[in-house]
Write a protein that binds this ligand. Structure first.
Ligand code: SF4
Length: 278
């Protein structure tokens, strides 16, 4: 549970428009005219253009592009919740979790302050993760039903779990600007997954609003106008099926808006669409 100290220095702030295309691996810095008119470097774009998933995962953990989120994730890590006073919080961006050749991608919202921001793994250490990984285990895609810390032995089969915003936001609410700033990381992940990816489950409307433009930018033919989010919505994007699902938040699961059976139905269908049926 140790944490490293080094972070990359952000020189761009959060106001920069990163909605232009992602720099390709091997492309020279500054060659993307719309992004680097002054031949400056961009830590997010550079990192997200990683040649492999391990490289991308390592790069994202050093990102400091959103000042508000950097301040919040580090403040939470310093102050900690009483129940986790003995923990050394991760306090950094949380990378995606799962194999680099995943056929199914689950896209959430952002790490929780005392969940992923504490443990350093997506959906690990909070109630949302309890629900998600229990369901993934039930449909045969996770080696165990619980997710408590990074080295707890959990392994995913053919599925990767990520978020359109990699840092814990105050009140679980990233701003649209923060979502746009973080988008290159999702684009980079999609680019690396693309040869194998056959299904995506998007948890909640925020993830949906992030995922569809990113999928379009990554090369899939997403209809316009963009289909609205809803639980049970399914899109056919050629070689990719996209499934809408209510988020596994406590608010949804405690109130019964999202029941275990509803979640299992979506994950089971996505598993089959991805060719991961047992
Ligand atoms: S939310 Fe994304 S872009 Fe912003 S600091 Fe975290 S990893 Fe970087």
């Amino acid at each position: 549970m140790g944490r490293r100290k080094a972070h990359r220095t952000d020189r761009t702030g959060s106001g920069r428009d990163r909605t232009a295309r992602l720099r390709q691996p091997g492309e020279r810095r500054g060659s993307c005219g719309t992004m680097d008119p002054m031949n400056e470097t961009d830590p997010v774009l550079d990192g997200a253009a990683a040649r492999g998933m391990a490289e991308l995962d390592a790069a994202v953990t050093g990102c400091r592009a959103c000042p508000r989120l950097v301040a919040w994730r580090e403040e939470v890590a310093r102050e900690r919740r009483a129940a986790f006073a003995s923990w050394e919080y991760w306090g950094r961006p949380v990378p995606g979790f799962g194999p680099a050749d995943a056929r199914l991608l689950v896209i959430g919202l952002a790490p929780a302050a005392h969940g992923g921001n504490r443990t350093g793994r997506m959906f690990t250490g909070d109630r949302s993760g309890d629900v998600l990984y229990a369901a993934l285990h039930a449909v045969g895609l996770a080696s165990q039903a619980t997710a408590t810390y990074r080295d707890d032995g959990l392994a995913l089969r053919g599925v990767r779990v990520t978020a359109p915003v990699h840092c814990a936001p105050p009140a679980n609410k990233p701003t649209p600007a923060e979502r746009a700033t973080c988008r290159p990381w999702l684009l980079g992940e999609l680019r690396l997954l693309r040869p194998h990816l056959r299904a995506v489950v998007v948890l909640g409307a925020f993830g949906w609003q992030s995922a569809l433009p990113a999928l379009a930018e990554a090369g899939w033919d997403v209809p316009r106008p963009r289909p609205a989010f809803g639980h049970g919505v399914r899109l056919d994007l050629g070689d990719l099926r996209v499934f809408g699902c209510y988020h596994v938040s406590q608010r949804n699961t405690f109130t019964g808006r999202l029941t275990p059976d509803m979640l299992l139905d979506v994950l089971g269908a996505a598993r089959d669409a991805a060719g991961l049926a047992p």
